[in-house]
Design a binder for this molecule. Structure first.
Ligand code: AMP
Ligand code: MG
Length: 304
């Protein structure tokens, strides 16, 4: 897979996190004016353009997924991370709306259960990885174990005391566990694409308020989200450290500008399409002998 090749557009390359690069999230614009071209178009026309691109990507994706399934050697894992209201659910709905439901799986991860906590932190993710030929989406992921848990160390599972969960080295160890896990996946034919939906704190306020202003959105609001918002800066710091430590050539992070849903969705769709195209797959070739048998079957059916 060549994520830096010509199939990836320039503005996407800009938001791939280079391995070991120190990430400063404040330097990543969360808005829509991501390129000179979009800027020149202005917001309304830029939106029209990106919505059209999303439509095209969805059509391509439908076909790409069919080929991925027929080839049955690669699996695709999409990891979606972001603060509350960043648009993870909507992105999944819009990007995947055209694909065959049999060819994809979506798993969301909540606070781990007692059983999950009684295993190592990767256990619960491992069993629900996508099979070959499928696209699997993780709505939150093992990255929560170095994000929410790092911001609130009291939520860490019980570990032997001598593992030093209270020191900095502990988190570095977890980053290493994660990159080793992803290396293992890639070596076994899983393409790993990781998206951080990056919204501004102001935009989160608007989205939370929106949930409180519409009765049919009340269900989306959780008082806990407001409590987490107080830790915004701690989260940004945890994200920055995590992004710097876990973006690799084989499993890169994309920092997706997400204040405008039409930007984030188009972006994720484009990267996904480019990544699958980069695999250069085609429908399995049928040999001459099989074609002969197929034609005989056809003739039999026609002559019934
Ligand atoms: P939501 O995505 O809105 O359904 O919320 C899921 C909640 O589960 C979020 O508050 C996450 O921070 C929390 N969560 C997910 N994974 C973990 C984890 N490994 N440890 C602790 N909390 C988690
Ligand atoms: Mg939530």
């Amino acid at each position: 897979m060549d994520l830096k090749g010509p199939k990836i557009k320039d503005y996407m390359k800009r938001v791939i996190v280079e391995p070991e690069k120190k990430v400063n999230l404040a330097k990543y614009d969360t808005g829509w004016a991501q390129t000179e071209e979009l800027k020149d178009l202005g917001e309304k026309k830029a939106q029209e353009k990106l919505v059209r691109m999303l439509e095209e990507s969805r059509t391509t994706l439908e076909k790409s997924q069919d080929i991925l399934w027929s080839d049955r050697s690669y699996g695709i894992l999409i990891v979606l991370q972001g603060m509350d209201t960043a648009g993870k659910d909507g992105t999944i709905r819009h990007v995947m709306s055209g694909v065959n439901p049999q060819g994809c799986s979506v798993n969301g991860f909540k606070v781990p259960s007692a059983e999950e906590h009684s295993h190592d932190f990767l256990w619960r993710y491992y069993n629900v990885l996508p099979q070959r030929g499928k696209i699997g989406i993780f709505n939150r992921s093992y990255y929560e174990d170095v994000l929410v848990v790092k911001v609130h160390p009291e939520r860490l599972e019980t570990l032997p005391q001598d593992l030093g969960a209270d020191n900095d080295g502990f988190w570095k160890g977890r980053y290493k566990d994660i990159t080793a896990f992803e290396k293992h996946l890639v070596r076994n034919g899983v393409v790993v694409l990781k998206f951080f939906l990056h919204i501004s704190k102001d935009e989160q306020k608007r989205r939370l308020l929106d949930r409180l202003e519409h009765k049919d959105k009340y269900w989306k609001f959780s008082v806990a989200d407001l409590a987490e918002r107080q830790y915004w800066d701690d989260y940004m710091e945890a994200y920055e450290e995590m992004l710097s430590a876990t973006s690799t050539d084989y499993a890169p992070w994309f920092i997706v500008p997400a204040d405008f849903k039409w930007v984030a969705r188009t972006f994720v769709a484009e990267v996904l399409v480019s990544a699958i195209e980069g695999l250069n797959l085609s429908y399995p070739k049928v040999n001459e002998e099989t074609v002969k048998q197929l034609m005989e079957a056809k003739a039999k059916l026609e002559n019934e």
